[in-house]
Design a protein. Structure first.
Length: 264
């Protein structure tokens, strides 16, 4: 059983995944339930036109009058990215560094499970967990769209969920990599959280400050949510989300493989 870290770790996380899934469904349900009232409000388009143009672009308000634009603005501009990042970063930091601080990592490493294999399996566990939440998000959007008349296409719901999954995996793998390299869960949480906040600030600043605008595409948030991920198709920028997390993970593997593990 210990040799199959992937299955064991997924089994250990099942209750947490159920709780997070319920939370995501509840969030999508509450926001979607507002749509019938929002769509019938008179003068909504004129009201939104009074917003400064940078803010309209930041929150994709020009399409707010459609179900797709409504969820892009209400969920995908901030709430869902925060949820997926909190989930992924916390689990990435705990995957290696958390186990090491609890003294349970040595139980695995005294078996035939190598440090590199352990890190890769934990990365696969994290990706599977985030994809599970993405599948829940996709299903919630499709069902709520049908119930409340948002008219969101299946493909649009799929690309929206995929953007959150890839954003979560990038930062989750970064947290796992920092934790594996340092053995400190607090360091992994701090470094990745600072990077996430900095990336979001860069994204927002690129919408508000002309001098920063050329740097906007470097932000993972720009890559994931620019223009509203619902209905965005499959932008090439999604590839950078996967690549950045994978590079961080691969860079940490030799460090984790060589360093002394606490308690071993």
């Amino acid at each position: 059983m210990l040799r199959n870290v992937y299955q064991k770790s997924l089994r250990d996380q099942r209750r947490g995944l159920i709780g997070w899934s319920i939370g995501i469904v509840a969030l999508v349900l509450m926001e979607s339930a507002l749509w019938p009232s929002i769509s019938e409000m008179a003068g909504m388009r004129e009201f939104l036109q009074n917003y400064p143009e940078p803010l309209r672009k930041l929150f994709n308000l020009d399409t707010f009058g459609t179900g797709t634009g409504f969820l892009n603005a209400e969920l995908f501009s901030m709430l869902l990215p925060i949820l997926f990042l909190v989930f992924a970063i916390s689990r990435g930091a705990r995957a290696i560094a958390g186990e090491e601080e609890l003294g349970t990592l040595e139980v695995l490493l005294v078996t035939r499970v190598s440090p590199v294999r352990l890190a890769l399996e934990q990365a696969a566990v994290l990706a599977t967990a985030v994809f599970t939440l993405g599948a829940v998000l996709f299903g919630a959007i499709v069902v709520c769209s049908a119930i409340f008349g948002l008219d969101i296409a299946i493909g649009a719901a799929l690309t929206g969920a995929l953007s959150m999954v890839l954003l979560g995996i990038e930062f989750g793998w970064l947290a796992l990599a920092v934790g594996a390299a340092t053995g400190k869960r607090s360091v992994a949480l701090a470094v990745t959280s600072v990077f996430a906040v900095g990336a979001y600030v860069l994204y927002v600043a690129s919408k508000l400050v002309e001098a920063v605008r050329p740097w906007g595409p470097a932000s993972p948030f720009h890559q994931a949510i620019e223009g509203g991920p619902l209905g965005a198709g499959l932008p090439a920028a999604y590839g950078w989300l996967v690549l950045a997390g994978a590079v961080a993970l691969v860079a940490a593997l030799p460090v984790f493989d060589r360093r002394d593990i606490a308690g071993v």
